[in-house]
Design a protein around this ligand. Structure first.
Ligand code: A4P
Ligand code: MG
Length: 176
């Protein structure tokens, strides 16, 4: 893909943290994303708090979702996000779902489908995660998600997940 092909695409990124003052980590990451010269921040959600998946014995997570535009191609975008995770002090931990200072996952790049060993878009777990779908719905209530050949409306899924007893709790929308 050429470098300018992503330019007008709507890209959604999920942010998560449950270590070293997670609220501060997410606000700082949103501020950093807004400052990166290759990115334009279009919108970002409130902060949401939730228990870790599987109720693991870990601190609560803070999550948010943002929408950006960029000229970078998908793997260059992934590299920038991984560099941000490293700069935030994230340690490489091979254990699944270990606590982390900062996790930045690419959710959607318009209707693009990528199936590479290092990058899967749409993110393969996003539909199951209320802490992803609920903040995404806050900033993109009319979104349609393309999955293989199927189109999925975000709204009914978000409304269903909002009824789940373990759903994330909205805190506030920070000023960045
Ligand atoms: N990768 C593939 N596709 C993507 C994508 N779309 N975006 C690859 C970003 N990365 C993608 O990621 C592992 C590899 O996934 C990368 O090398 C990249 O090439 P990682 O972030 O280094 O490892 P990880 O975080 O342990 O894996 P993963 O899959 O990101 O973890 P999860 O599944 O996101 O789980 N509970 C609550 N309440 N809130 C949370 O945010 N997060 C997790 C992390 C667990 N429990 C949680 C939360
Ligand atoms: Mg990740």
């Amino acid at each position: 893909m050429g470098t300018s092909e992503l330019k007008n695409m709507n890209i959604y990124i999920a942010l998560g943290s449950n270590l070293k003052n997670p609220e501060k980590q997410i606000i700082k990451a949103l501020q950093d994303i807004a400052k990166i010269k290759d990115f334009a921040m279009i919108d970002y959600s409130s902060l949401y708090q939730s228990r870790p998946l599987d109720n693991m014995a870990q601190p609560d997570y803070i999550n948010s979702v943002c929408q950006i535009k960029t000229n970078l191609e998908p793997f260059a975008l992934l590299a920038v996000l991984q560099q941000m995770e490293q700069t935030a002090g994230r340690e490489q931990n091979k254990k699944k779902w270990s606590s982390r200072i900062l996790d930045l996952d690419i959710l959607l790049i318009d209707n693009k489908q990528i199936n590479d060993k290092n990058l899967i878009v749409p993110h393969n777990q996003m539909l199951q995660r209320n802490f992803v779908i609920i903040p995404l719905y806050e900033i993109a209530p009319n979104l349609t998600i393309k999955l293989c050949k199927k189109q999925l409306l975000l709204k009914p899924l978000a409304l269903k997940l909002m009824k789940s007893p373990n759903r994330c709790k909205r805190l506030y929308r920070p000023t960045i």
